[in-house]
Design a protein around this ligand. Structure first.
Ligand code: ATP
Length: 272
């Protein structure tokens, strides 16, 4: 697998374990080349961490996986991104349906200004969910480690929850859509250490049933929770600093035995 990708040194055994696969030639914002030559498979039921210095394109790549970059005018992707062997940029793919399968949690908790219940029931309602909605909402809140804290105030505003609770609510909202993959863009950067630890435990729990991709600046977090780690860096291309994938491997390899000297310097905190 990926013999053409020098950045990728060892792999999981089975190609059928690949859920997502980015094969990008380039990602542009207008004329600005943000990312180039990315060949990156994401494996089922793992946590994959994207690490690297600011501006190297981690969030941009994350957004390619559920076509959130489509919403940014002037964005142009050359290449393909496969989800379960289907190119998600094919004209027949409905990006809204895709985003139910590939959910996203952002840096700042962003609950809707509605009740806790309405937040979690939002996606199933749109999906015309036919089961027992109350039970579905409870299940999602339980899976996000939030049920006990909110079960008596489901009709209260989500905005009255603490930051950590809001972030778990956003995870519950994503879970209620039954996603295969959950993308997380620095989900703990606005949270205190206790709230962070809870979300980390939650992620480890969730990977039993979902595949998780996380962007993080926190090297300890990447080392603690991820199975695979992708290190990106910036190189001069077409007159600007462009993100490139330097090395992708099992997290313990990236942190303990990286193949690339730049990766070593970054994970040891010697640049970035
Ligand atoms: N909407 C946008 N329009 C134009 N340029 C953008 C846009 N979003 C990101 N960029 C540019 O693309 C490059 C990659 O940005 P991106 O946010 O993906 O990097 P990152 O590695 O996630 O950074 P950070 O770690 O600081 O969040 C940067 O040069 C950034 O300025």
């Amino acid at each position: 697998m990926l013999a053409d990708s020098p950045a990728h040194t060892s792999t999981f055994a089975n190609e059928s374990d690949i859920v997502l696969h980015a094969r990008l030639k380039a990602l542009y914002y207008g004329k600005f080349l943000a990312l180039r030559q990315i060949d990156l498979p994401i494996y089922k039921n793992t946590i994959t961490a994207f690490i690297g210095p600011s501006g190297c394109g981690k969030s941009s790549l994350l957004r390619c996986f559920n076509r959130l970059n489509d919403l940014i005018p002037g964005t142009r992707l050359e290449g393909q991104v496969f989800f379960q062997n289907t190119d998600i940029y094919h004209p027949e793919i409905d990006p809204i349906a895709l985003r139910a399968c590939i959910g996203m949690v952002f840096q700042r908790p962003n609950p809707f200004p509605k009740s806790i219940y309405e937040n979690v029931s939002f996606a199933p309602r749109i999906q015309l969910f036919e089961g027992l909605l109350d039970e579905h909402v409870e299940q999602a809140l339980r899976r996000a480690y939030l049920w006990d804290e909110v079960k008596d105030k489901l009709q209260e505003s989500a905005l009255d929850l603490s930051g950590g609770q809001q972030q778990r609510l956003c995870i519950a909202r994503a879970l209620a859509a039954n996603p295969e993959v959950i993308l997380m863009d620095e989900p703990c950067s606005a949270l205190d250490p206790l709230a962070t630890r809870l979300i980390e435990e939650l992620m480890i729990d969730l990977k039993q049933q979902h595949t998780i991709v996380i962007v993080t600046h926190n090297m300890h977090q990447a080392a603690r929770i991820s199975d695979m780690a992708a290190f990106f860096n910036l190189e001069m291309q077409e007159g600007s600093r462009t993100g490139e994938l330097v090395e992708y491997d099992h997290t313990h390899v990236i942190f303990d035995h990286p193949q690339n000297e730049i990766t070593r310097q970054y994970v040891e905190g010697r640049f970035g």
